[in-house]
Design a protein around this ligand. Sequence first.
Ligand SMILES: [Zn+2]
Length: 127
Amino acid sequence: MKLCPYCSGKLPKNAKVCTHCGMKIETKKKVKQEPKVEKQETTSSETMEDYMYQAMGLEKVGPLYKWLSIALCICLGFLGAHKIYERKYIMALLYACTGGLCGIGIIIDLLVLFHKPKTYYVYRQKL
Ligand SMILES: [Zn+2]
């Protein structure tokens, strides 16, 4: 049993219209519980890598531009310019002293750089 909100008349449970005053009785609408959308945590491989490298005491450098690195490597690779760009100063010094590891280092670096995405990151030892 329930009571009519308008005339307080007694009504059967499922009554939609009051039998006493004729008013429509709104039944409480069942509130649909929207399923909670679980926030997908962005645990991309990149951030995982970051954690790994950070744990190893390495520092992320970038974003670096692939084509700028390649240009530096081709033009000034023997001076280690692309290594300076990657903040790898010790390697840059080594390249400068050995002429890019007798050119071998430059060739390897070029091959590596060509396979990099347009912008890339490198990791270096924290100083
Ligand atoms: Zn009523």
